[in-house]
Design a protein around this ligand. Structure first.
Ligand code: DQA
Length: 142
């Protein structure tokens, strides 16, 4: 089983951005944590991170190579119709993850566009949210 994990703009800056919201751990720490989780659960994962909307759209188009998709579109979550449309095409189990709780921050973060094209959303549980999304996809593929 192979699962794609897409992270959008500024998530490569984890550890250097708003520590009070996103914590001290870096994007590399996130990948390490999820690599350990995937090893323990005998699954394959692939990471993709980009600040470029079109690159994320093109990557989603490769959905047929994967058994599931986890996406944190970051700021694109709140306005990208292109990523929303691409997600509608991707007929595989798919979860949107947010590290922070987007419902108790700025009002504009409550507007979730891409989340409307996924199976479910996990928000506010930190890096653990990605592991829970992986668990959901593993359970769905059994
Ligand atoms: C985020 C929440 C978004 O509102 C923000 O633009 C991000 C990160 C999160 O993981 O909590 O960049 O997606």
């Amino acid at each position: 089983m192979k699962i794609l994990i897409i992270n959008g703009p500024n998530l490569n800056m984890l550890g250097k951005r708003e520590e009070n919201i996103y914590g001290k751990n870096t994007y590399e720490d996130l990948c390490k944590q999820l690599n350990e989780f995937s090893f323990e659960n005998n699954i394959e994962i692939e990471f993709f991170q980009s600040a470029i909307e079109g690159e994320i759209v093109n990557k989603i188009h490769q959905f047929q190579n994967y058994d599931g998709l986890i996406i944190n579109p970051a700021a694109f979550s709140h306005y990208s119709i292109a990523i929303y449309d691409a997600l509608l095409i991707a007929k595989i189990p798919k979860i949107e993850v947010h590290i922070s709780n987007v419902h108790n921050r700025d009002d504009f973060r409550k507007n979730l566009i891409t989340a409307q094209a996924v199976d479910g959303i996990i928000s506010g549980l930190g890096f653990k949210g990605y592991e829970l999304a992986l668990e959901y996809i593993i359970a769905t593929n059994v």
